[in-house]
Ligand binder design. Structure first.
Ligand code: NAP
Length: 295
């Protein structure tokens, strides 16, 4: 796919640990090829004790920008010159742009998450939402829901302290206008799902190569007025999404958020409109080949 790399090729990439599983190189390199850009996207495995060295070397190496993934999204914060308001609000950075004014930290996860909802005509303002899980991805999701003024966000968390931290984030971002609470995976959660219009799974339950038939909640909790959004994208149709579609729910899979957060990073670095369809096809083709080679 990459034609050739020369002294004029612009380099971007992703810092993570591990990073070999990342689909971002496939997605971005397909986009560069489609637009005829002399750019390349490289995965950089960076151990936690090497993050400072890696980030401080970006500018000197002429690297134009990087995505940041697990486990570095919070560790890079003190290493940057400026943060966008979104990144500052949720204390998480997934994209660094190397600019003349220094290193600028963005979070495109939340806008990527919201764009898939907007494209399906779902209005977050005024909605009652249930979020399953309270880890790193949930931070961006909850920040986005609160900034869009969801009426309520019920965090279903097995570790209450992590849920409470995100409930506090929702209150802060929405300036008290989004009601946020934490419940365990029990009847309280079941009741919240019954009242909700949007259910978001941010747990890894159902993700390959683990038990792909597992669901984070019993299918009997679902109702057909729910929009069910699963951040897991391997497999693309998780057991949760399969069950939801089976009873007539609308669904959104994790590829949508992956592609939209990547598209925004692509535009921040290149200044070009991202070729969304190409990026989505690259990810989908890769996932299809990967799943057929496992079988
Ligand atoms: P993380 O930081 O490890 O958080 C996972 C959360 O799920 C934690 O709150 C954890 O609970 C909870 N959890 C894990 N197993 C559970 C179980 N069996 N039952 C109930 N809760 C459980 O992981 P992450 O970075 O947020 O990623 C989560 C998932 O989202 C992954 O599958 C990842 O691939 C996906 N993701 C997708 C996108 C996208 O663009 N589509 C972006 C980011 C992440 P504890 O707090 O108790 O550990």
């Amino acid at each position: 796919m990459i034609q050739s790399i020369s002294g004029t090729t612009t380099v971007v990439g992703v810092l993570g640990f591990p990073v070999a599983h990342s689909l971002s190189p496939v997605m971005h390199n397909a986009a560069f090829a489609a637009l005829g850009l002399d750019w390349v996207y490289v995965p950089f495995p960076v151990a936690p004790d090497r993050v400072t060295a890696a980030v401080s070397g970006l500018s000197g190496l002429g690297i134009r920008g990087v995505n940041v993934t697990i486990p570095h999204k919070q560790a890079v914060l003190p290493l940057l010159d400026r943060l966008t308001p979104e990144a500052e609000q949720i204390s998480s950075v997934n994209t660094i742009a190397v600019t003349e004014a220094g290193l600028l930290g963005h979070s495109t996860d939340g806008t990527g998450f919201l764009r898939a909802l907007t494209e399906r005509g779902f209005c977050v303002a005024g909605a009652q939402v249930v979020v399953l899980g309270a880890g790193g991805a949930a931070r961006a999701v909850v920040g986005a829901l609160a900034s869009s003024l969801a009426t309520s966000v019920t965090l279903v968390a097995r570790t209450p302290e992590r849920g409470e931290a995100l409930a506090a984030l929702a209150l802060r971002v929405s300036q008290g206008r989004t009601h946020a609470r934490v419940v365990p995976f029990d009847d309280e959660a079941r009741y919240a799902v019954a009242q909700a219009q949007l259910l978001v799974n941010t747990t890894p339950v159902g993700m390959a190569p683990y038990a792909v038939d597992d669901m984070p909640i019993p299918p009997s909790w679902l109702h057909r007025d729910l929009l069910v959004y699963d951040l897991v994208y391997t497999p693309r149709e998780t057991a949760l999404l399969h069950a939801a579609a089976g009873i007539g729910c609308r669904t959104i899979d994790g590829v949508a958020m992956l592609v939209y957060q990547g598209a925004e990073a692509f535009s921040l670095w290149t200044g070009a409109v991202a070729p969304i369809t190409i990026m989505e096809s690259a990810v989908t083709d890769f996932l299809r080949q990967a799943s057929s080679s496992i079988r």
